[in-house]
Design a protein around this ligand. Structure first.
Ligand code: HGY
Length: 420
């Protein structure tokens, strides 16, 4: 029994055209028209399979196969949203593999002792509001209605209003929280988004821990003025201050923090953003991650110290706001073992590893036992148009997940022990 790559190829080719930037990677934010197109396609596929479908308050899609089996389900899936000009494999591969696994279980009339639930998380990438894993945070009760009303996008719209405008019943957000008794285990298949598997020539990764992260919004306010007539010693230049802080953060992450600590400034806004004007205001976003909390804390402490020092020296007003956070998590030994046993049984060339990327699976760890399967990203590229994962790796990872789901969802026939 194995997944059908031709069917998955059809799904991929139908969906990859749903992007706002067809000539430059994949741009499909949650709650966008492109998102609606993918949802409509997938909902049609799920209805065709006779799944019991629910779209929750924040837009997570939950589709159960074997609902009549009154037992906590085995949940599989990922997300369908992307970053701007991103790749077409991140998240979507895990969703399409999960959909294909349910097709195979149905086609092969596998007798299940647990239902199998396909989950599609909303707003994993944080492209709308700068907060990653918003859908899974709401599903697991970490964010409620008040939080959704205060979280805002670049236009000042709240997550609450954006979800409502998309046609979701956002008022039921706190009623839709996932209960422990609904799920026995959750496994997410995802592209690695790094170069480890390819470099070590491994076909799959079995994830043991997922990095935690903190995202900060830093605002520096100076005194806008003429670029030609303002002497250097009379300037209050927020962009010069920001440059000083940003290069300092990179240095700290590289040389002072732990080997597993990473820090990135990937977004900066400069106002009025004119070549011949000393800026008035600069806003930039800092993304700090590590599988060890102390690595994150070290960079954050140094960031705050440096921010205050630069603001004093350059006569700037400064503000730092924590806009998103998730703790590092260790995944379930029961599920890691189930994946590893299956990988060994089927002769996989696997690697047990950590995830530097965050994933919805991390948010699920306080509700159920969680595992992750990684498949190689060619060239280690991700969150860019060059993101690529080979079909043979998708097939290999998908078959491993299929067999692991069967191990978890099918009651083993007791073998009659022969008397010795
Ligand atoms: O940003 C991340 O780690 C993930 O790809 N959302």
């Amino acid at each position: 029994m194995e997944i059908n790559l031709d069917r998955m190829r059809n799904d991929f080719s139908a969906i990859v055209s749903f992007t706002k930037t067809p000539n430059h990677g994949c741009t499909r934010f949650s709650y966008s028209n492109e998102d609606r197109q993918v949802r409509d396609y997938l909902l049609l596929q799920m209805q065709g399979l006779g799944l019991s479908i629910k779209v929750d308050a924040i837009g997570n899609i939950r589709a159960i196969y074997g609902e009549e089996i009154d037992k906590p389900s085995i949940m599989i899936g990922s997300h369908i949203d992307t970053v701007e000009n991103g790749g077409k494999y991140g998240g979507l591969t895990g969703v399409l593999v999960a959909l294909e696994i349910i097709r195979v279980l149905k086609e092969e009339q596998v007798t299940l002792s647990r239902s199998v639930e396909l989950i599609i998380f909303a707003e994993e990438e944080g492209s709308n509001f700068g907060i990653t894993m918003l859908g899974s945070k709401v599903l697991t009760g970490k964010y409620g209605i008040a939080d959704l009303q205060s979280i805002r996008n670049g236009e000042g719209d709240s997550a609450y209003d954006v979800a409502k405008r998309f046609g979701l019943d956002i008022e039921s957000a706190e009623k839709d929280v996932l209960e422990e008794e609904e799920v026995n285990a959750m496994i997410e298949l995802h592209i690695e988004q790094g170069a480890v598997l390819e470099t070590l020539n491994k076909s799959v990764g079995i994830v043991q821990a997922i990095a935690g992260m903190k995202t900060f919004k830093v605002t520096l306010e100076g005194d806008s003025n003429h670029a030609g007539t303002t002497p250097m010693d009379l300037r209050q230049d927020p962009l010069s201050g920001a440059g000083n802080i940003i290069s300092y953060i990179q240095r700290i992450a590289k040389t002072v923090a732990l080997p597993t600590t990473v820090a990135t400034v990937g977004k900066i806004i400069c106002e009025p953003n004119m070549p011949n004007v000393i800026p008035q205001r600069v806003v930039f976003f800092v993304d700090v991650r590590d599988v060890e909390t102390k690595g994150i804390d070290l960079v954050v402490d140094r960031l705050i110290e440096k921010l205050n020092a630069v603001a004093a020296e350059d006569k700037l007003q400064c503000k730092i706001e924590l806009i998103g956070a998730s703790d590092p998590v260790k995944l379930s030994s029961r599920i890691v073992q189930a994946i590893e046993e299956t990988a060994s049984e089927y002769g996989y060339n696997y690697l047990k590893m950590n995830s530097g990327a965050v994933h919805d699976a991390a948010m699920m760890t306080d509700v159920t036992d969680v595992g992750m399967i990684f498949i190689p990203s060619m060239g280690g590229k991700s969150h860019c148009p060059e993101e690529y994962t080979r079909e043979k790796d998708i097939k290999s990872g998908g078959d491993l997940l299929l067999q692991t789901v069967i191990k978890l969802a099918v009651k083993r026939k007791k073998t009659n022990r022969t008397s010795s």
